[in-house]
Design a protein around this ligand. Structure first.
Ligand code: ASP
Length: 319
């Protein structure tokens, strides 16, 4: 990521990942997102990005992330164009770079990009003049997901520092896990990953986490239990013996949750596979599950990110 003036609270041209962001920059984004989250429902669009154009370029399916970026940009007053890989020239064989250059020639102010290959969004960012936001690249990073998770936790617990966060499930294929690990470590939380050996990358400890192969041990005393989906679209071969067995040993139900703190929060980035990584009752527990709030915070976080990447906008119309 490019750096600019040191007194700039967010001196980056792009948001490609959490890795490399400082604690101060993360706090800045969370604080801005918090103020957007507090805005009354139905408020008129702001002028922060008035006259700007944001293009959502999605090479992979998405419901939450794409809609939430669209809403975020619109709430800031921007014009938004959505492009799905299935309906564009990408289907006709246009390469990633050709597509990026074509869109770049139309002079958008920001490109929000999701791509199935790790590193593709970074590559694209090197070819265009506008700001690029990574909306998820392969199993690499999904920075706005980690930010919305952090905001959800901070609003419920009042802090991130010192919390024990158990990230459970398909860590190997998860960009959500990676971005969360970078963010939570930067903020001073204690991160655990809990999964079968087949779903934890080699040398995981290098990421500054404690590794558990057993839910009971991994969840004991946890403040936050973050469940991940089995990402079969990124699996080549078989990683779990059967779904039934996976749920039995690693699916979150009340019995497994019992060893976490009494007020432990349950999180999931979605889409959820009920009965695979999470029991439906646990997912819908209105006292403990904050899965709906995560979605809500997604819009506020994406507003903060789009605003932060637009230096001029930050110094004017923001609330
Ligand atoms: N929605 C998240 C992502 O895009 C998590 C998932 O797909 O399981 O990575």
């Amino acid at each position: 990521m490019d750096s600019g003036a040191t007194n700039d609270p967010f001196p980056h041209r792009h948001l490609l990942g959490i890795e490399g962001l400082s604690r101060r920059e993360i706090v800045y984004l969370l604080d801005r997102a918090d103020s957007y989250a507090n805005q009354p429902r139905g408020a008129a669009p702001l002028a922060v990005l008035r006259g700007r154009t944001v293009i959502n370029l999605f090479f992979e399916n998405s419901t939450r992330t794409r809609t939430s970026f669209e809403l975020a940009a619109k709430r800031l007053g921007a014009d938004v164009i959505n492009m799905q890989a299935q309906t564009s020239s990408i289907k006709k064989g246009e390469t990633l770079i050709d597509t990026a250059m074509t869109l770049n020639a139309m002079r958008p102010d920001a490109l929000v990009v999701r791509h199935p290959e790790s590193g593709a969004v970074q590559l694209l960012s090197e070819k265009v003049d506008c700001a690029v936001v990574n909306a998820g690249d392969g199993s690499h990073e999904h920075p706005t997901q980690a930010l919305l998770d952090a905001l959800t936790i901070r609003r419920r617990k009042g802090r991130l520092e010192g919390l024990v966060v158990a990230i459970c499930g398909d860590v190997s294929h998860s960009r959500v896990a990676r971005s969360n690990i970078y963010l939570l470590n930067a903020m001073g939380a204690h991160v655990r990953v809990v999964a079968p050996r087949t779903l934890i990358p080699a040398a995981m400890e290098r990421f500054g986490v404690d590794v558990f192969y057993d839910m009971k041990r991994g969840l004991t005393g946890a403040d936050i239990v973050m469940m991940l989906r089995l990402q079969t679209e990124r699996m080549h071969g078989s990683f779990v013996p059967s779904i039934r067995e996976y749920f039995h040993f690693f699916g979150l139900d009340y019995a497994k949750l019992a060893v976490a703190k009494d007020d432990a929060l349950i999180m999931h980035p979605g889409p959820m596979n009920r009965g695979v990584e999470i029991d439906t009752e646990v997912a819908d527990d209105i006292d403990r599950s904050v899965i709906r709030q995560q979605v809500e915070m997604g819009v506020a976080v994406r507003m903060a990110c789009l605003e932060a990447l637009n230096r001029e906008a930050r110094t004017s119309a923001a609330p």
